[in-house]
Write a protein that binds this ligand. Structure first.
Ligand code: DGL
Length: 263
């Protein structure tokens, strides 16, 4: 039996959207959910800041929790630092990259929206995905820090602000060709947490896609044959644990997490 945990990492609560699918597919794995609350948000930071912060932090976490696998459940950290983390750590690492390929597979209008953080949507990684998998599509991109904050607030139990949701989506749909978007890639793990709000705020009906299922399948593949404990225990680790993080307790409980600690 392998009772070492699977560690999921994000800047905040976004990675819980990935944790939910991993937990569904692997109910017997113990999970450590890490939110870098002291470094949040990532989306407004420079590449240099993220590249310096994420590998070092994951190194400390790997030492402390001895995970059998790490999921970087954050598009911003993955598109910037995945290579450096893999080079530095001797643990299998699964990253999160914008689901442009699945979006291109289902788009009828051949106009796709990519909604992420500012840092993610400007990455060459995203342009490469678009060129490789959606070369016959127009790929419009938009970065929103407001939607990240909205997801954090929702999980703290605060009411979702519909107007700021609508304003953020206007940055995507008001671009030339935006009226023809039929698929939107949630290229930030926070956004599936406000799926209902996004769907209600979109100016016309669109399909939202994200990478969570693909990640869970990859984790299942890489851990195949490793039996977990009969009663897995999940915990959340915050790099800063103060009053706002403690207000997440109730939301975390819905994901099976009842233990909070700080790094
Ligand atoms: N959840 C993160 C992502 O997938 C980033 C949110 C942030 O810290 O700005 O990109």
């Amino acid at each position: 039996m392998d009772d070492r945990p699977i560690l999921l990492f994000d800047s905040g609560v976004g990675g819980l959207s990935v944790l939910a699918t991993v937990r569904e597919l692997l109910p017997q794995a113990s999970l450590v959910y890490v939110a870098d609350s002291a470094g949040f948000p990532y989306g407004t930071k420079s590449e240099a800041e993220i590249a310096a912060r994420v590998p070092a932090l994951l190194g400390r976490l790997a030492e402390r929790y001895d995970p059998r696998l790490i999921v970087i459940a954050c598009n911003t950290a993955s598109t910037i630092a995945l290579g450096a983390v893999r080079a530095a750590l001797d643990v299998p690492i699964v990253g999160t990259v914008p689901a442009i390929k699945p979006a291109a597979e289902i788009s009828a209008t051949r106009v796709i929206g990519v909604l992420g953080t500012d840092a993610t949507v400007r990455q060459p990684y995203v342009a490469d995905l678009a060129a490789r998998f959606a070369s016959d599509c127009t790929v419009l991109r938009h970065g929103s820090a407001a939607l990240v904050e909205l997801a954090e607030a929702k999980l703290r139990g605060e009411p979702a602000d519909r107007d700021s949701c609508r304003a953020a989506l206007a940055g995507l749909f008001d671009q030339p060709g935006g009226d023809r978007i039929d698929v939107v890639v949630n290229a930030c793990t926070h956004f599936p947490l406000i799926a209902d709000e996004l769907a209600a705020a979109a100016p016309h009906a669109v399909t939202f896609v994200d990478g969570a299922n693909g990640i869970a399948r990859r984790v299942a593949h890489l851990t195949a044959g490793q039996d977990g404990p009969a009663k897995p225990k999940h915990r959340a680790v915050f790099t800063r644990l103060s009053a706002p993080e403690r207000r997440l307790m109730r939301a975390l409980a819905r994901y099976g997490i009842d233990r909070l600690e700080s790094l």
